[in-house]
Design a protein around this ligand. Structure first.
Ligand code: CU
Length: 66
């Protein structure tokens, strides 16, 4: 299941690293792709959409519509 989320307060590669690492703590096998320019996070994993959104928010980021 690929999930594409709009994360409006991504500003740089450091944000991308922080989000990727946070998701990997929960789900080591997740495939995470962060597009800094588009401010999107695409995640392929077995984790639920809800839990991925919670991890991103816990890392200090804003998931649009969540
Ligand atoms: Cu940043």
């Amino acid at each position: 299941m690929a999930l594409k989320l709009k994360v409006s307060n991504i500003t740089c590669e450091k944000c991308a690293d922080t989000i990727t690492e946070s998701i990997h703590v929960m789900e080591p096998d997740a495939k995470v792709d962060v597009d800094v320019n588009a401010k999107t996070v695409t995640v392929e994993s077995a984790a639920s959409e809800e839990s991925i959104k919670q991890v991103i928010v816990a890392a200090g980021y804003t998931v649009e519509g969540y």
